[in-house]
Design a protein around this ligand. Sequence first.
Ligand SMILES: *[C@@H]1O[C@H](CO)[C@@H](O)[C@H](O)[C@H]1NC(C)=O
Ligand SMILES: *[C@@H]1O[C@H](CO)[C@@H](O)[C@H](O)[C@H]1NC(C)=O
Ligand SMILES: *[C@@H]1O[C@H](CO)[C@@H](O)[C@H](O)[C@H]1NC(C)=O
Length: 472
Amino acid sequence: ARPPAHVSRKHTLPSDQLQCDALLLPTQPSVDLWSERNETGGGGGDRCTCDAFLPSSTFPIADLVAVEQTVVEISHKLEKEMGKVIRLIVKLTTEIEKMERDPDSYNEDDFQNTKVEIKQVEALITELQLSISGSTTVFESLRLEVRVTAVVATLNRLEKTHDKNLVLAIRREYIKVQLQLEECERRHQELFKPNIGSCAHTGISKLSQPIVSQLSAHLSSSYKYGGWGKDSKPLPDRESMYWYSGASTAGISSIMFYTNYKNLILRKAFQTTSLKSGWSGTGNNFIIRDNTLYYQINSPFSVAKLNFSTMLYEHRVIPKASSSISYTTSPYQNFDFAADESGLWVTYATVESGGRMVIAKINEASFGLEEEWHTSVYKPGVNNAFMICGVLYATRSIDVHTEEIFYKYDTKTKQETHISIQFERFQEKYSNLDYNPADQKLYMYNDGYYVSYHLWFNHTAASTVQPPYAVT
Ligand SMILES: *[C@@H]1O[C@H](CO)[C@@H](O)[C@H](O)[C@H]1NC(C)=O
Ligand SMILES: *[C@@H]1O[C@H](CO)[C@@H](O)[C@H](O)[C@H]1NC(C)=O
Ligand SMILES: *[C@@H]1O[C@H](CO)[C@@H](O)[C@H](O)[C@H]1NC(C)=O
């Protein structure tokens, strides 16, 4: 598999500089790119990108706008194709692990099979490269190149030498790329310097561009319903854990856990928990907090929780909550759970209020409702909602690519405000949008894709940092 000419010409990409795989990263070398970008509106210097290692003097800045326009489309295509490759690589990785554990039991036939699989991966990569090379977006080809360089290099060597050790090397190199992803994420966090736990701000001022991590673990964009994210109050040994649940219908029957971001991307769950019969959920506004899933069940119609530490289920009926009023884009989203700096919340609409949203604070110890706030926002006109520092934010669609936070309600002052904070969606629809106070990011499950956003806040002068996860 020889990379297409326009890629091989770019010798400026030593493999030890591979930086961003699925993650996009703002780095120093691309500063001038981003000053260009924030003049054209949009998120400003906030999009992390893999062109970071391109020498900025040779980057065709004039083409940038055009490239940006096609980027979303092409990313989608790439993700789908890469899905196939990754699926095979994961299979291969499993084989190789078997081989590593017990090399003696691994016979020549097994080795031949592995080689056939490697050939398949190789063929897919070639196909992928060909389909990409027809495109004018050098930018995107390079992103792809970043993903496959390590694998292709080793495959070529394997072809020449037929060396068993090289099979092992493939895995190592692949993992190296994945580790760079983690480094990417770490640097990204550093750049954003979130002030975790602080509510010394008057609200969101803007969102970053969407950070598209990957097509979900099911590798199918028909798995449109679901959610992903991190525990908002993680157990001490689970701080880097991610969770994901997806389905082709609007419900939840099982959930997968990943030790860290790398394993999420590699689709290596350390645990998959199926909800017990009679406890499967509906709607997609579930969250995980304190190693506990909070979600909606339909018989009886109520809020439910499953504590993964004890595997105990509980439910509470909220008599006034409507079981038929949902958000605009997805059915059965009657209860929407949210977590923020001040604890756990659930929102719903009531018939009594004419379909307007009610915010309720959940007491985490008793799982009872502590207090309710009645808003004037009509739930069927809302796409989704989340809480930050005791303030509800509601979203709606502006057009195919643009989403808007159009409304906020402050539970401390009982004040509501119409606002307009627009941001870009990756795909058209989403079924889960939640804030995580542990990293101050927004997580969106966007038509089968893991998407997240960084947030900027309007900071107030006196920065009184509250203890993280303060219980009110
Ligand atoms: C763009 O962003 C850079 C870095 O944040 C900033 O220095 C520059 O003033 C911005 N330019 C415009 C036109 O907003
Ligand atoms: C944040 O501050 C900007 C600029 O002062 C203002 O336009 C915007 O409405 C504020 N946003 C919120 C959510 O308070
Ligand atoms: C889950 O169970 C553990 C162990 O009993 C307990 O410490 C924790 O408080 C429970 N969490 C929730 C949210 O119920």
